[in-house]
Design a protein around this ligand. Structure first.
Ligand code: B12
Ligand code: SF4
Length: 465
């Protein structure tokens, strides 16, 4: 009897901008591995996979920026008047159809979802699948499916929506439609990176979930209590990633790395010590940002020795302090302390950057400006992270109310572009001018305060490790 097969799809994206800056569907590839272990033939169709040349190398400033193929498309109504091009990123319809035509009919199809405002292509994808294979069991999961499952259920009645982590209910669905025997005792699985093609880095998580409840973030609602992975288990995963796949660059996907609590910091230190003890050269990236509450003096030294490159910082749960006067004194001091620890540990000031959220309801441009100026004055380069309002979060609901969101009928309003181009407190042109001025100021930041001078940490970290 021939083996059962499952087709797994990462859809293309329609948005104003998108690139592979450490963006891989980590959890989806964990599911792929479980299906392989259960005896399925797994076919992966990554509609974003680029065949274009890579523009940056892991070691340059624009590291690992793989451009997605992009074509301009018409703007959906909620975006009319936004002076930016709307694009489709990823393979063309013809390329996707060709791939589907090369395949035998699978026993089931799984689709992962990303941002809540990327659902447009899902409808076209369903049509292509039906056109090629006729009716099929199709399941959707992932970020959108977790944040707004009812929206997807209404949008795609032919598919089954699974919010949250792929759990027993989902694997039962697979068994019912395609068979397979799943071991119940599996807790730690290495993602099937071999399906992702040539990528220069591997995402990895040391913890999942978050115990804080910031007013603009949905992370705590997306998973149960914060869970940390055992350091020995992470170490085994790294062994596998290096030995089998040859990865040297790693991107941490934790919701709130280190978490800022005593237990969280202890776990983060154990993880860093394990990295310091390993013989291989590795480079670690923090695209989801590292909360400054996690950057103690000891952690900064360990990070440096472990190979953390250009650490990107953020306030995380301290973000409420981004108030009327810019950053309040305690937040600025916390940033200043984190920068001081990192510079003393041997980082160049130019390597330090942080996220500042732009587009929060009732925010004023002069507050944003003041916060960025304050950060530049202590040697940290601020980058704007546009706010994506998520229904059910306190600030998301306020913002969506301002945008006229009535029901989940139009999740396009959760696109971060509207938070800055339809803000109310400033015009799109003012925001653009501010953002481009900030770009200039980042290139010429103030000099580093003399008291943050570097010191040689090699002996010190040997002691700690
Ligand atoms: C890591 C991360 C990133 C990474 C990239 C992640 C990626 N996959 O591409 C980086 C740092 C690049 C990133 C960037 C951004 N992110 Co982000 N990110 C996250 C974070 C912290 C974790 C996501 C993750 O990988 N989880 C770990 C893996 C193991 O889980 P998973 O992949 O989701 O898979 C599991 C389940 O979802 C499920 N599953 C997945 N697929 C499928 C399929 C089926 C069929 C089934 C059954 C189950 C299933 O099972 C898996 C295993 O259990 C989430 C918060 C969160 N807790 O989800 C925010 C989050 C997704 N990000 C968010 C935002 C806002 C952004 C940005 C827009 C920030 C900004 N302003 O620039 C950018 C946009 C990125 C882009 N490409 O344009 C928001 C989502 C907003 C929205 N409206 O949808 C979140 C929820 C954070 C928040 N603010 O609350 N992000
Ligand atoms: S912003 Fe960071 S600290 Fe706050 S809830 Fe989200 S993940 Fe947690």
């Amino acid at each position: 009897m021939s083996r059962k097969s499952i087709l797994m799809i990462r859809p293309w994206i329609e948005d104003f901008s998108a690139f592979d800056h450490f963006a891989q569907p980590l959890g989806f590839l964990v599911i792929a591995r479980r299906l392989m272990q259960a005896g399925f033939d797994v076919h992966y169709l990554d509609c974003l996979r680029s065949t274009l040349p890579i523009t940056g190398t892991p070691d340059t400033d624009k590291r690992l920026l793989h451009p997605f193929r992009a074509v301009r498309i018409g703007k959906p109504d909620p975006f009319s008047g936004i002076p930016r091009h709307y694009r489709r990123f990823g393979l063309s319809d013809e390329a996707i159809r060709d791939r589907l035509n090369e395949m035998e009919r699978p026993d089931a199809v799984l689709v992962t979802t990303g941002m809540t405002y990327w659902y447009g292509p899902l409808i076209a994808l369903m049509d292509m699948l039906t056109e090629r294979f006729g009716p099929l069991p199709i399941a959707l999961g992932g970020i959108h499916a977790t944040i707004a499952p009812d929206h997807l259920t209404r949008l795609l009645p032919q598919a089954r929506i699974f919010p949250g982590e792929a759990d027993e209910i989902f694997f039962r669905w697979v068994r019912e439609h395609a068979g397979g025997e799943f071991r119940a005792d599996v807790t730690e699985i290495t993602p099937a990176w071999e399906l992702a093609g040539p990528i220069g880095y591997a995402p990895i998580m040391t913890s999942r979930g978050c115990m804080h409840r910031c007013d603009y973030c949905v992370a705590s609602a997306m998973s149960h209590a914060r869970q940390v992975r055992r350091v020995e288990v992470i170490s085994r995963e790294i062994d596998h990633l290096i030995r089998v796949h040859g990865f040297r660059h790693f991107a941490l996907y934790d919701d709130d790395l280190g978490c800022g609590t005593r237990e969280g910091l202890e776990h983060f230190k154990q993880f860093l010590r394990m990295l310091c003890e390993r013989a291989e050269h590795m480079t670690w990236h923090t695209p989801n940002a590292l909360g400054i509450a996690s950057v103690t003096e000891e952690i900064a030294c360990l990070m440096r020795t472990a190979g953390f490159e250009q650490p990107r910082l953020s306030l995380h749960h301290l973000d409420r302090r981004l108030g009327p006067r810019g950053l309040d004194d305690s937040a600025l001091q916390a940033y200043s302390r984190a920068a001081e620890h990192l510079i003393r540990a041997g980082y160049e000031a130019a390597a330090l950057s942080c996220y500042v959220i732009a587009g929060l309801p009732d925010q004023r441009l002069e507050w944003l400006d003041r916060a960025c100026t304050q950060l530049l004055s202590i040697g940290i380069r601020p980058y704007l992270a546009q706010f994506s309002p998520i229904p059910g979060t306190p600030l998301g609901d306020v913002r969506l109310g301002q945008l006229g969101y009535r029901s989940d009928a139009d999740m396009l309003l959760t696109n971060k572009i509207l938070s800055v181009y339809r803000h109310g407190g400033w015009s799109g042109a003012e925001y653009q001018a501010f953002a481009s001025d900030l770009k200039h100021r980042r290139q010429n930041p103030c000099s580093v305060p003399a008291e943050f001078e570097q010191r040689d940490v090699s002996d010190e970290t040997r002691e700690i490790g």
